[in-house]
Ligand binder design. Structure first.
Ligand code: CMP
Length: 163
């Protein structure tokens, strides 16, 4: 956990809990860490990616040697797709998640604690504002997200909220 909440713009980012974490029973643990770090869940769904989706989502890696295996892994079972919101959400989630290679990931990060290999690294987090926008909209319609936000605002005054 990053443990500090620097001021900054409210951003949205995409978190994917990958098939290895789903199969190992780590969904709750990962979601708990994300909520403790001050993220709000705007939307979330469980889905098995098609090969077309996985190839499109990871298209910047299409020339890499690991691309075929990456697509095979990402389509092997369900993922949990989450749209998250927080101040500095994009950088903060990357920090919480840790480096792609678990051997390089900082102590206490999700990948340090749970990932078993660079390929089987439990989670994906958008790496820039451009990626976050593209990745959120790859799986969620903006109109649906706007409706969810509107509904949350109308129902709760949240005097007890964390933030
Ligand atoms: P992710 O953050 O989802 O972005 C691209 C993914 O490709 C990455 O996590 C890893 O799961 C995978 N990946 C990146 N580098 C390698 C590698 N050298 N070998 C296998 N998989 C990799």
């Amino acid at each position: 956990m990053t443990g500090h909440h620097p001021k900054g713009p409210i951003e949205r980012t995409l978190l994917i809990i990958k098939p290895d974490a789903v199969q190992r029973g780590l969904i709750g643990e990962i979601l708990h860490r994300v909520e403790l770090d001050g993220f709000l869940f705007v939307a979330m769904k469980m889905a098995t990616m098609t090969a077309t989706q996985a190839r499109g989502f990871y298209r910047m890696h299409r020339k890499k040697a690991f691309f075929k295996e990456l697509v095979k892994f990402m389509t092997s079972d369900r993922c949990v797709l989450c749209v998250l919101e927080r101040e500095n959400a994009i950088a903060s989630l990357r920090q919480l998640v840790g480096s792609t290679d678990p051997d390089q990931a900082a102590f206490g990060t999700i990948r340090h604690d749970y990932a078993t290999a660079t390929r089987f690294n439990c989670v994906h987090a958008s790496d820039s504002p451009e990626s976050a926008k593209r990745e959120v909209h790859f799986f969620f319609k903006e109109s649906a997200l706007a409706r969810i936000r509107h509904r949350i605002k109308r129902i709760y005054s949240m005097p007890f909220a964390r933030r």
